[in-house]
Design a binder for this molecule. Structure first.
Ligand code: SAH
Length: 240
């Protein structure tokens, strides 16, 4: 029998003990246990050239903070023997506020990979030459600044893992979720049907499936238009 495909994550970090963190729980915890994903951490400090384990230095040109050195990080990447160096083909990603924003489409395409290497920055980030030298893709999880790339990496891993085959239960549908067709999901309701004098929209208890679908679609469109005009415009473009 052929072995089920596994998605392997190699994480370059100065805080390996942060992993698996919240990924050890719930659906991602189960995926780890069932070996649908594997998370291997590699401490960048182990590649330092001095006895203190220094990984950073002051920026050329001046300015605040510290930058992760290219020689130290490069040594850590080389140790993984990726791509041109031979043993393993892997995408190399640097979690970075300067990257392209992560979208559900990118998450989907990443879920088809076999190996993903993620560089987690700290301080002011990493020396730019590393990004050029290893053809690294920079990915941002949003327009705000975190203290480190580990949190961002875990979010990427979480989003990718739930799309792997048999990670979500069969009853959980992926194709009606937010961002499918550039729409946010419609509002959801469950029991009790009246709560604090608030009734569930009548249509949902009518049993009329076609009408329910139409209602949900119109709510999706309404919500998207109000909250995310950028997505709504994409939705309109694709309708044409
Ligand atoms: N000085 C940098 C920010 C450094 S924050 C700048 O202005 O662009 C420290 C590290 O946290 C970064 O190297 C990156 O790995 C991570 N990080 C911070 N915000 C992030 C975001 N929005 N998405 C992904 N990674 C982020």
């Amino acid at each position: 029998m052929s072995k089920a495909k596994k998605l392997n994550f190699d994480i370059l970090t100065i805080f390996p003990e942060m992993f698996p963190g919240f990924l050890g729980f719930s659906l991602t915890g189960k995926a780890l246990k069932e070996e649908k994903i594997e998370i291997n951490t590699h401490n960048i400090r182990d590649c330092a050239f001095d006895s203190h384990g220094s990984v950073d230095d002051t920026p050329f040109g001046g300015g605040a903070g510290m930058v992760i050195r290219p020689d130290v990080l490069g040594k850590a990447i080389d140790k993984l023997k990726l791509n041109k160096l031979g043993e393993k083909n892997s995408k190399i990603i640097y979690m970075s506020p300067k990257g392209k924003p992560l979208t559900q489409d990118r998450v989907k395409s990443l879920s088809k990979e076999e190996n993903i290497t993620i560089i987690c920055g700290r301080f002011e980030g990493v020396d730019e030459r590393v990004i050029e030298h290893y053809d690294v893709e920079e990915i941002s999880i949003g327009d705000y600044i975190l203290t480190g790339g580990e949190q961002a990496a875990m979010i990427l891993i979480d989003a990718v893992t739930r799309l792997l085959p048999n990670v979500l239960g069969s009853s959980e549908s992926l194709d009606e979720e937010s961002f499918e067709n550039n729409l946010l999901e419609y509002p959801q309701y469950t029991r009790p049907s009246v709560w604090n004098n608030r009734k569930v929209p009548e249509i949902l208890t009518s049993g009329h499936h076609k009408k329910i679908d139409e209602w949900r679609k119109s709510k999706s469109v309404e919500k998207t238009k109000e909250i995310r005009p950028d997505l709504y415009n994409k939705y309109l473009d694709l309708q044409e």
